[in-house]
Design a protein around this ligand. Sequence first.
Ligand SMILES: Cc1cc2nc3c(=O)[nH]c(=O)nc-3n(C[C@H](O)[C@H](O)[C@H](O)COP(=O)(O)O)c2cc1C
Length: 191
Amino acid sequence: MDLYEAIEKRRTIRIFQEPATEEQLRKILLSGSKAPSAINSQPWEFIIVEDQSIIAQLADIKHKVTLSMPTKTEEDREKVEKRAAAQKASFNNASIVTVCGKVGGAKSVWLAIENISLAAVAEGLGSGIVLYPKDEMDKIGELLGLPSGYEPAAVLKIGVPGEKGHSRDKNPYSPRRPDFSWLHKDRFRAK
Ligand SMILES: Cc1cc2nc3c(=O)[nH]c(=O)nc-3n(C[C@H](O)[C@H](O)[C@H](O)COP(=O)(O)O)c2cc1C
C-alpha cells in the first residue's frame, strides 16, 4: 500500500473483530523499531500483553478514569458513562501492546507509535491508542514489571477492525481542522 494511502486511511479503531496474528504483530512492531530516534537511542520496548487478567485491568483502569471525568448535566453524565463503557469494550478481541520507553525518550517512542499505526493499516488492520493519567501510568508500569528508568508511553490495540472509524469531519471530539489552516510563513499569523 502506498504510504499516502495508509496515512489517509488510518483511523482510530475502537471496535475489533479479532486480534492480529503473531506474524502480523511482529512485522508491525518491527516497523515501529525503524522510527528515527534522538542520537539513535532507540528507547522503545514493546510488551505484547496476552495475560487476560492484565488486559482486564488495563481496560478497567481506563473505564474508571473515563468515568471520573467531571460533568455538569445528567445528559453529559450519560455520555461519559457510554464513553467509559466503549473505552473498556475497545480492549475486546484486539491484540494489546504496551509501548514503553526509557524515561526521557518519549519523543522518539511516539514516532515508533505512529509507524506502528501506519504499518497496521498497510497490514489491513486497525489500531487505537489509549493513554492514562500519570498515576495510572505508574500503576501500569508496575503491573508490567517495568524496571526503574522505564515508563509506559501508551497502550495500543491492534486487530481486524469491526468499524470504519469516524469520518474526518465527524469526530466526536472535534472535526479535523481545514487543510492548511495550520500553515504559516516566516511568522505565526493569527487567522
Ligand atoms: C496522544 C494520544 C492519546 C490518545 N488517547 C486516546 C484514548 O485514551 N482513548 C481513545 O479512544 N483514543 C485516544 N486517542 C485517539 C484520538 O482520539 C484520535 O486520534 C483522534 O480523535 C483523531 O481521530 P483519528 O485517529 O480517527 O483520525 C489518542 C490519540 C493520541 C495521539
